[in-house]
Design a protein around this ligand. Structure first.
Ligand code: NAD
Length: 489
């Protein structure tokens, strides 16, 4: 191992010493160098974590008062703020993302997630119905919401802490115990969060972290475990399908936030500068590694050249480089393996006749960073919806620019996909904005913005992009099991 730093599993309220078992290296994608060693959880340790979670529930956590759970979540948010720069440093080391983004988005949203779900659970009410019965009598129906139980939380590497806390905060708010399996690429912040939750008084076993990979490793050991009551998963659609098969024999509920191949539709009435700035974010944010990123840009023909040249200019102004430099806007891809996949799509697009307007290769970022998995922001024209690079999720800083003539054609092109996560409509015609946004077959449809999120709104995807919704009431529904009590009066 190249590093003395160990990232350990956290089970039953304590870190597990890596005296035995296997381990793997955690690589800084900006340099390609290992910055820590990770202790891989074996099947026995995953089993211990699930059993500890069950004991925490039975020991009183499941029945704890809502106001106490909400207060604990608020203390967790405060404590993350106090140790903010530690979380930022850990996220930057694992992902290579620019420090400014880790501060302003990743860690800030983790704090917001804990506060939002403290508020949401504290304000939640119960439905009740009066049922008319024969003879003028009535029955009162209401639902008691109990925690779902032991919840497996499996998350990806692109926004590690943000996506983890988006699930852990509501799960704990509802009185569940969780066993978390962070991505093997980004184990640090989930581990740091264990310290925080311990410090603020979460009972032992209510939050466990097991490290490892997917198949025949911690991910599969967890989803196949008979003690799991539900799985909340964010990751690729292919893995989602495998997780669904793993839980199918025991018929457990799942919540899936999966991949996307998101469209932006740009009408010729738009404010050009505003649209170009918005598209630059939606295509290139986090080096294109956000499930919500735009990879298909449909542009009305009269402004096609203006939008294309504006986007090329702003792509070429992005500053790739040292993530610690506050001026850096764009980090590397997560790994060399992922870069190979993205470069394969670059080759595929060019074979299909793509014209590369900018990018298309590997940049020279200087000697210090040459071992990192860097890639050039890339824009194509000349492709159509039948090309694989326009149909399949690439998950990199790349988009195909495609012209359209009419509103109906734009809607049809945007909806011509197996995915259904997000869309963005750019127009100055308010009626058109509402009309087109509502006809997108996606979980979230923005007008003149991108990535703006209301944590009380339902979030998720249609088609290959997911199953179920989380956020606000939708989270409370997934993380609880209702019992309808019916009382004849
Ligand atoms: P991935 O599916 O490869 O891995 C996600 C997680 O699942 C990791 O922790 C991984 O170790 C684990 N895993 C892999 N195989 C498993 C198995 N057989 N059983 C159990 N766990 C297993 O995804 P990734 O490459 O880490 O992340 C990128 C993907 O995530 C993209 O497709 C992206 O669109 C998607 N994503 C979706 C959302 C959303 O909200 N819809 C958000 C972020 C990322």
């Amino acid at each position: 191992m190249n590093s003395d730093k160990w990232i350990r599993n956290f089970v039953d309220g304590a870190f597990v010493d890596p005296e035995s078992g296997s381990s793997f290296e955690c690589i800084d994608p900006a340099t390609g160098r290992a910055h820590a060693s990770v202790h891989e959880a074996d099947e026995a340790l995953v089993d211990r974590a699930v059993q500890a979670a069950r004991r925490a529930l039975d020991g009183g956590w499941a029945d704890s008062p809502v106001r106490e759970r909400a207060a604990l979540l608020r203390r967790a948010a405060d404590r993350i703020e106090e140790r903010f720069e530690e979380f930022v440093a850990a996220e930057v080391a694992d992902t290579g993302k620019p420090i400014t983004q880790a501060r302003e988005l990743d860690v800030a949203r983790a704090v917001a997630n804990f506060r939002a779900f403290a508020d949401i659970v504290a304000a939640a009410g119960q439905e009740s119905f009066m049922t008319d019965l024969p003879g003028g009598r009535q029955a009162l129906n209401y639902a008691i919401r109990k925690p779902l139980g032991v919840v497996a939380v499996i998350v990806p590497w692109n926004l590690p802490l943000l996506l983890l806390t988006w699930k852990v905060a509501p799960a704990l708010a509802c009185g569940n115990a969780v066993v978390v399996k962070p991505s093997e690429e980004t184990p640090s912040t989930a581990t740091l969060l264990a310290e925080i939750l311990d410090e603020v008084g979460l009972p032992a076993g209510a939050y466990n972290v097991v490290h490892g990979f997917g198949g025949n490793s911690a991910g599969e050991f967890l989803t196949a475990h008979p003690g799991i009551d539900g799985v909340t998963f964010t990751g690729s659609s292919a893995t989602g399908s495998r997780v669904m098969q793993a839980v199918a024999p025991r018929v457990r509920p799942v919540s899936f936030e999966l991949g996307g191949k998101n469209a932006a539709v740009v009408f010729d009435d738009v404010d050009l500068d505003e649209a170009i700035a918005g598209l630059t974010r939606s295509v290139f944010a986090n080096t294109g590694q956000v499930c919500l990123c735009t990879e298909r840009v449909y542009i009305q023909r009269a402004i096609f050249d203006d939008i294309a040249s504006g986007l090329v200019a702003s792509a070429e102004q992005l500053k790739l480089g040292n993530p610690q430099d506050p001026a850096t806007t764009t980090g590397p891809l997560i790994s060399h393996a992922h870069r190979r996949k993205v470069l394969d799509y670059f080759a595929l697009a060019e074979e299909a006749g793509a014209k590369v307007l900018t990018g298309g290769g590997v940049p020279d970022v200087g000697a210090d960073l040459r071992g990192g998995s860097w890639i050039e922001p890339t824009l194509w024209t000349g492709l159509t919806n039948t090309d694989r690079a326009v149909r399949e999720e690439i998950f990199g800083p790349v988009a195909a620019l495609i012209p359209f003539d009419t509103e109906e054609e734009a809607i049809a092109l945007a909806n011509d996909t197996e995915y259904g996560l997000a869309a963005a409509v750019w127009t100055n015609d308010l009626r058109r904005g509402h009309r087109v946004a509502g006809r997108m077959n996606v979980g979230i449809s923005w007008v003149n913005t991108w990535f703006t999120r209301e944590l009380r709104s339902p979030f998720g995807g249609a088609g290959l992009s997911g199953v179920g919704r989380e956020g606000g009431e939708a989270s409370l529904h997934f993380y609880t099991e209702p019992t309808n009590v019916c009382v004849q009066l």
